[in-house]
Design a protein around this ligand. Structure first.
Ligand code: ZN
Length: 423
């Protein structure tokens, strides 16, 4: 059962309406009063969107744990130019101020697993504090369009790493997402052969995906599925990883069973998603390889509250197991990343995942790192996201209290700044 030997898609982003969709989204944003991308600046220019001074708050640097009272963060053109104690920072004249007295000042949060299908969801996510994010895939490349929206109108969406479409045996309607997927429609057993797996990855890369999302187990969120049943073997996962690597991309893998987690990790994935039953053998392998763990505790806590009795029971059973896995991973030195797995309209605040990481046993600072420096490294955004030192993006959340005492405060920032624009 082979895919027809047609030409692989060319490795270009600007194909078949992707940019048309992006332009439509960005046009909507511009009509709403965005417009931050401007032409070359005069040597001394007036303040403009992307210029902001955040002053008077208590600054926390997640990398060092340092806390600075009466701090100033100077953002110009969306980038931090200086930050620190007021006496040590030269504050430029004529730049808009955001008064942060009585607030804690943290870098914008990094959400490592979210499904953003619409501009409204993207706006919701950024307003809840996720100024950077990694997609967990969308059915029709909507995440690629959201990423372009974020580039043109940063206050409308998180800075996004797009995953494109899910590499899964049954593509369903997603078969219509790109003409190069059409030959796969004739496969009786779905996307399982090496050729078919490669094809889906290559279509993703051609459409501009930054990462590749696949799976080893069935879903927990569907009552008729057994999340411990394995859908891809080690060999199939290795094929996906190799195809992604040829395009310089890493793979995130939906996983539940220990056997599945082990196959995924040893096949070379970059991050394990969900991973409820991940065992010690696999955690050691993850530490050795530097594989990330994105447990999406928020999704599991949500399942426990489901109106479907099968799902609710599953969530109640899985959540404590997952929390123990998170703590075991952390104690072994496996890097953790915060992700909510939000999808389908309602975006969960990424701060809630930080709170659950803390509830699983991480210190408040380590929990905050899973949504700042840690997740930034997973997304390839070290130096851009996760801190507010010079050269980082001007992404800020203000909190009404001390998150080292109560990480739950991250769920509801009083202000969010994205690329120097106060939302
Ligand atoms: Zn997901």
């Amino acid at each position: 059962m082979c895919v027809e030997p047609t030409e692989p898609p060319p490795n270009r982003l600007t194909r078949r309406g992707v940019l048309a969709a992006s332009a439509a989204l960005a046009g909507t944003a511009a009509a709403l009063g965005a417009g931050t991308s401007q032409a070359a600046a005069a040597p001394r220019r007036a303040a403009r969107a992307g210029d902001l001074v955040v002053e008077g708050g208590t600054l926390l640097d997640p990398a060092t744990g340092d806390v600075t009272e009466d701090a100033v963060v100077v953002i110009r053109d969306g980038v931090v130019r200086a930050s620190g104690a007021r006496a040590a920072v030269a504050v430029p004249d004529g730049v808009p101020r955001l008064d942060a007295h009585g607030r804690w000042v943290l870098p914008g949060l990094v959400e490592a697993h979210i499904h953003l299908n619409t501009a409204a969801e993207a706006r919701d996510a950024v307003r809840k504090g996720a100024t950077s994010a990694r997609s967990g895939s969308t059915n029709f490349f909507q995440d690629v369009a959201v990423r372009e929206l974020a580039r043109q109108a940063p206050e409308q969406a998180p800075r996004l790493k797009a995953a494109g479409i899910f590499v899964t045996p049954d593509l369903g309607d997603t078969i219509l997402a790109d003409p190069d997927l059409a030959p796969l429609a004739r496969l009786k057993n779905g996307v399982r052969s090496a050729d078919a797996l490669r094809r889906v990855v290559e279509v993703n890369l051609a459409r501009g995906a930054d990462v590749v999302k696949t799976r080893v187990n069935e879903r927990a969120g569907l009552p008729e599925q057994d999340p411990l049943a394995q859908v891809y073997s080690y060999e199939q996962l290795a094929e996906v990883v190799a195809a992604a690597r040829r395009g310089g991309k890493g793979v995130l893998c939906h996983s539940y069973s220990e056997a599945g987690c082990h196959d995924a990790v040893t096949a070379g994935i970059r991050s394990l998603e969900h991973g409820v039953f991940v065992g010690e053998r696999t955690l050691h392998e993850m530490r050795r390889r530097g594989t990330y763990f994105t447990p999406t505790l928020t999704a599991m806590a949500g399942l426990a509250k489901s109106s479907d009795p099968v799902l609710a029971e599953r969530g109640r059973t899985y959540l404590p197991i997952l929390k123990r896995a998170v703590l075991a991973a952390h104690e072994l030195g496996v890097p953790l990343a915060a992700g909510t797995d939000s999808s389908g309209g309602s975006v969960s605040p990424i701060g809630g995942e930080v709170e659950l990481m803390h509830a699983a046993g991480l210190s408040a600072l380590d929990a905050i790192r899973t949504a700042t420096t840690g997740a930034a490294r997973l997304l390839g955004l070290t130096g851009t996201a996760g801190r507010l030192t010079r050269g980082h993006a001007g992404d800020v959340v203000l909190l009404t209290g001390d998150p080292l005492k109560d990480p739950g405060l991250l769920k509801s920032p009083s202000h969010v700044v994205r690329s120097g624009i106060a939302l």
